[in-house]
Design a protein around this ligand. Structure first.
Ligand code: CO
Ligand code: CO
Ligand code: CO
Length: 320
């Protein structure tokens, strides 16, 4: 939407809007850059405390995806104060605060407005060394791709809305989305990787395509290696696919070469709009085993080598 509007350039703006990256990065000294991001949305689970945790974990994710360390967070609240009990808002904020503390960050304030539709999220500020910023624009041919959470949260959230999820699966879904990408981010910055992005609303295909375009490479995904919450495949087969996932497939279709012998439902899952999804990490092949092992040691929700980076055709996704 900003296209054509007069944006000022600034040599200290290391990551702006051009590459559709996860967050803005601004250098404030030769040793330090600020990472700034903001995310908020409507409830995707019924439990207010869990909604708060999920929205907060999702907001932190963009700082982690840039290789940064979060410092401060601010609440963004839209609340229908005449229709809903304030106890609900208190639970949401409590969930958010618990995640802020888990991230090792501090809550510094926020803003709330009265709105007929409840929404919550955070604005998060973090820091990173200017030379160690992980963008989505530096994946290299020969790299392998690692994903740190299973796909399928969009399908399961749709099933939940339709009253089709049992309690056990509802809890499993909430826990997965409320899990911070903190451990995965710490491990990847220790080891040193080439590029990273987190998987959220555009699904694995959409975010991988942004990486392929920004890095001028081809990304090849091995469909059978991609971790998926098994129940999500069943629900997707029944047609429980969020609207956003259809849009993602459409958005990617011009740049997508998907093997014909794959079941159509696999395409639906790969494009599934995620909330608080995992990190997609592009790392040199030599470091891959070490990274995988350390991710396992830190109990990362999923640890899978899901693809590779090729030099050609640039800006394309191949699914095999
Ligand atoms: Co992101
Ligand atoms: Co975001
Ligand atoms: Co990034």
């Amino acid at each position: 939407m900003l296209r054509g509007l007069p944006l000022h350039s600034d040599p200290n703006l290391l990551v702006g809007i051009e590459t559709s990256d996860d967050a803005g990065v601004y250098r404030i000294s030769p040793e330090m850059a600020l990472i700034q991001t903001l995310d908020f949305f409507t409830p995707i689970v019924n439990d207010p405390y869990d909604f708060g945790r999920i929205a907060a974990a999702n907001s932190f994710s963009d700082v982690y995806a840039m290789g940064g360390k979060p410092l401060t967070a601010m609440n963004i609240v839209c609340f229908p104060v005449k229709e809903l009990d304030k106890v609900i808002l208190r639970s949401i904020l409590e969930g958010g605060l618990d995640v802020i503390h888990k991230a090792g960050a501090v809550m510094v304030g926020g803003h709330s407005v009265e709105d007929p539709e409840l929404k919550y999220g955070l604005s998060v500020t973090g820091v990173v060394h200017p030379e160690r910023v992980l963008t989505n624009a530096s994946a290299k041919a020969g790299d392998v791709l690692i994903l740190t959470k299973p796909l399928g949260t969009g399908v399961l959230a749709t099933a939940l809305k339709g009253g089709k999820l049992d309690e056990e699966l509802t809890i499993k879904l909430a826990e997965l989305m409320a899990t911070l990408n903190k451990d995965a981010a710490e491990v990847m910055t220790e080891i040193g990787v080439h590029a990273c992005t987190d998987i959220t609303g555009f699904g694995l295909l959409g975010h991988a395509l942004e990486m392929a375009k920004a890095s001028s490479v081809c990304i090849r995904i091995y469909a059978d290696k991609v971790p998926v919450i098994s129940e999500a495949i069943d629900f997707a087969s029944m047609g429980m696919i969020p609207e956003g996932s259809h849009l993602n497939q459409k958005f990617c279709s011009q740049h997508l070469d998907i093997s014909h012998d794959l079941e159509p439902v696999i395409g639906d899952i790969l494009a599934d709009a995620q909330t608080s999804g995992g990190l997609l990490i592009s790392v040199s092949e030599e470091k891959a085993d070490q990274l995988l092992q350390r991710l396992i040691d830190r109990n990362t929700p999923a640890v899978s080598l899901i693809g590779e980076v090729l030099s050609e055709p640039k800006g394309m996704i191949q699914v095999r």
